[in-house]
Design a protein around this ligand. Structure first.
Ligand code: THU
Length: 132
């Protein structure tokens, strides 16, 4: 990932966060996922009055991307107020497509508070290889 692409990825995650629909938690999340194709798919959390039906920003971005035919991903940027880390369900969904995913966690000011990989966030992951 070049510095330019990294910056674009971060800007997309920051920009999309304004559309987060979080009337219950008030925890607004923006995510941007860079596919191997070079395209970036962004997403926000979409909450629901039936709380359990809500979806996280990371999974919104992922399902948008996979729905467009993407299967390989290079990097994910996530923006929250406090630099929060992806939840377990998001880690698991992302792991389906590879553990080498680079993950950038940003706070509300746009500062990268942590840079890691999905492999580090989800040790001993259950992946498609686990089924063979
Ligand atoms: N949320 C995300 O969008 N991503 C995460 O990885 C953690 C949690 C959302 C879900 C819910 O709308 C709100 O943040 C509070 O949990």
């Amino acid at each position: 990932m070049t510095d330019d692409i990294r910056q674009t990825l971060i800007e997309r995650a920051l920009a999309v966060r304004r559309w987060a629909y979080a009337p219950y938690s008030h925890y607004h999340v923006g995510a941007a996922l860079l596919a191997a194709s070079g395209r970036i798919y962004d997403g926000i959390n979409v909450e629901n009055a039936a709380y359990g039906s809500s979806i996280c920003a990371e999974r919104t971005a992922l399902v948008k991307a996979v729905s467009e035919g993407e299967r390989q991903f290079e990097a994910l940027a996530v923006v929250t107020d406090n630099g929060g880390s992806p939840c377990g369900s998001c880690r698991q969904m992302l792991a389906e497509f590879g553990l080498d995913l680079r993950v950038l966690l940003l706070n509300g000011e746009g500062a990268v508070v942590r840079e890691t990989t999905l492999r580090d966030l989800l040790p001993d992951a259950f992946t498609p290889a686990s089924l063979t």
